[in-house]
Design a protein around this ligand. Structure first.
Ligand code: ATP
Ligand code: MG
Length: 579
């Protein structure tokens, strides 16, 4: 019987001695890239493969995956990395040469013109850490010696990975310790409460790689928010009354809290969620053991990024040191004095807010009636019911009527905005499909009149939302009114509804004049209108989108806009489905 001749393999019995030389380089690597180079060299000398791929799944991580290859395409590496099952055990894979591939791995090997491959996993306590794949263009046969060599390389690599990780963790711990020492030193030098708290906010945000942070300070029956780190300049820091929001939960329980699904928490702050917050870490600052002075609040806004136990312990240690600094009697006295002046400042601010709202309410009420009368009379005059008007008179009366109508709209918008800000919204179950299909029907007539096409792309059914029907309706009316105003005849307005990860994704899209990129980030501001068309034949006051955003926020949703000048505008609204 004739055995098939193995092709271009080193003489058997050579693999293990060759390995001894490579072992030293592998075991002494101190960085992952050096380790991968050493592993590839070792595999090449012992097994003489035509190609090598390495895949490494970092533990305890943000899903970080490292790939490395010799003579192999990036596409292969990417695909191999996305197949954890491939790396799970020692195996020899033979890909059929010409036939249809039996599975994705065969297909991938065929794409690289590889006929045979062996996989040596990185063996570490029960967790999948990736492995090494060596590939040959022909179906070579491997000696037990060589297979053993491959396994040994993988085992040595796994041990080195562990060392490198331990070393990195130690270096990180050391660095944190140094930062903490530095923190204590600086803290001791700071004399007043505001500098302490703003410093703590800054350092806590930095040390935990948080994207945003702020301090809560308990003043009487309120938690006031101070010292925002990385918040936009116009962010509103609303005080929270007792029992409201996460800072009170922290203060009342005296317990720290990690929420890695912040956006879906019932006490999440809609404005921060709208800014993309994904994870929250909150730690109370306890003085005299049971009295809570305030809270450290940290947010991550990069999707998938989380806080871990180490972050929590670190911030707790910052909080303890902060408490000690504040316990210092001189500071504490200052704190007490400051709290009382803060409390009265807060009361003044609240009183002024209340007065402002009352004022707007009164004024709009007082304005609405006479405006209605002016409008009514102007309409009456212009209709000719009170006698024929001379040519110039008719034009003037129409201007009066149009302007009176604009003022009435302004007053109504102001009222709605005030209500959205100050009143609790209703929470009823709403079927978005019905809401949107009714909306489209309501606008068909107007669309025909303006010579616009209106289409809806709605699923048969979608999850319900918890919300306030009147306000949601008002939100869509504003978006539709913009689409109508800014789309010339012949254009199309489209409403779309999709379900993405338990969220409703609604699009209101037009093929209108679009919004220049430099204005996009401002259009949600009150009274903001895109300059350039000063004559503004479209009218309006610039309150519509401010109200839209207020309503989206109150529903724990998010709104974004995409636009291209001359091509059209799409508003994307994400609303959480009722769970
Ligand atoms: P109001 O809604 O108070 O009557 P408005 O429509 O001008 O007035 P917003 O709805 O807040 O105010 O919109 C602000 C500005 O954003 C608009 O003036 C316009 O310049 C721009 N804009 C909004 N929607 C669109 C759109 N679909 N296409 C083009 N520009 C738009
Ligand atoms: Mg508008």
């Amino acid at each position: 019987m004739v055995q098939p001749m193995p092709t271009h393999l080193p003489e058997s019995g050579q693999a293990l001695p060759q390995l001894a030389e490579a072992a030293h380089t592998i075991l002494s690597a101190t960085r992952l890239p050096d380790l991968w180079t050493a592993v590839i060299n070792a595999i090449r000398t012992t097994l003489k493969p035509d190609a090598v791929a390495i895949c490494y799944y970092a533990p305890d991580s943000l899903g970080q995956i490292d790939v490395y290859g010799y003579n192999i395409s990036d596409r292969f590496l990417k695909r191999a990395a996305s197949q954890p099952a491939l790396w799970r055990k020692n195996q020899i894979i033979t890909a059929p040469k010409e036939e249809e591939p039996a599975n994705p791995t065969h297909y991938m090997l065929q794409q690289e013109s590889l006929a045979r491959a062996t996989v040596f996993p990185f063996v570490a306590q029960d967790t999948l850490q990736g492995g090494i794949l060596a590939g040959w263009q022909t179906a070579v046969s491997l000696t037990p010696d060589q297979l053993e060599a491959g396994r040994l390389v993988a085992q040595m690599a796994a041990a080195t990975i562990q060392n490198i990780n331990l070393f990195a963790a130690q270096a990180r711990a050391l660095q944190r310790e140094q930062q903490l020492n530095e923190f204590s030193r600086t803290l001791n030098e700071l004399q007043d409460l505001p500098s302490i708290l703003s410093y703590v906010a800054e350092i806590a945000t930095q040390l935990t790689d948080a994207n945003r942070g702020k301090m809560g300070l308990i003043v009487g029956e309120q938690v006031m928010m101070f010292y925002p780190v990385n918040f936009p300049a116009d962010a509103i820091l609303r005080p929270l009354s007792r029992g409201q929001g996460l800072p009170w939960t922290l203060a009342e329980s005296g317990q720290s809290l990690i929420l890695n699904d912040y956006a879906n928490h019932h006490q999440a702050d809609p404005e921060i969620v709208a800014a993309g917050a994904s994870a929250f870490l909150g730690v109370p600052i306890l003085v005299w053991d049971d009295q809570c002075l305030g809270t450290i609040n940290l947010f991550k806004t990069t999707p998938g990024h989380r806080f871990n136990q180490r972050d929590l312990e670190l911030v707790e240690s910052l909080a303890r040191q902060t408490a000690v600094a504040i316990k210092n009697s001189r500071l504490y006295a200052e704190y007490e004095q400051r709290t009382s002046s803060l409390a009265s400042a807060l009361m003044r601010q609240e009183e002024m807010d209340r007065l402002k709202n009352l004022f707007v309410q009164n004024i709009s009420h007082e304005l609405r009636t006479p405006l209605g009368i002016i409008y009514g009379h102007a309409e009456l005059l212009s209709s000719g019911a009170l006698g024929e008007l001379a040519h110039g008179q008719k034009d003037s009366i129409e201007i009066i009527a149009r302007r009176a109508k604009m003022l009435t709209n302004l007053v109504n918008d102001l009222n709605a905005l005030l209500a959205a800000e100050t009143q609790e919204f209703r929470r009823e179950l709403i079927d978005p499909v019905t809401l949107l299909s009714k909306l489209v029907d309501d606008y068909r007539l107007q669309a025909a009149e303006y010579e616009l096409n209106i289409t809806a792309d709605l699923p048969e059914e979608a999850p319900f939302v918890h919300g306030d029907l009147t306000n949601l309706r008002r939100m869509f009316d504003n978006l539709m009114s913009n689409a109508f105003k800014f789309t010339p005849s012949g254009g199309t307005i489209t409403l779309r509804l999709k379900t993405v990860d338990k969220n409703l994704h609604i699009e209101v899209s037009d093929t209108g004049i679009g919004i220049p990129a430099e204005h996009l980030h401002r259009i949600f501001e009150r009274f903001y209108q895109v300059a350039g068309d000063l004559a503004r034949p479209q009218g309006g006051t610039g309150l519509g989108l401010a109200l839209v955003r207020e309503i989206v926020n109150a529903h724990h949703g998010q709104i974004t806009v995409e636009s291209q000048q001359g091509a059209g505008t799409t508003f994307h609204i994400r609303l959480p489905a009722a769970g």
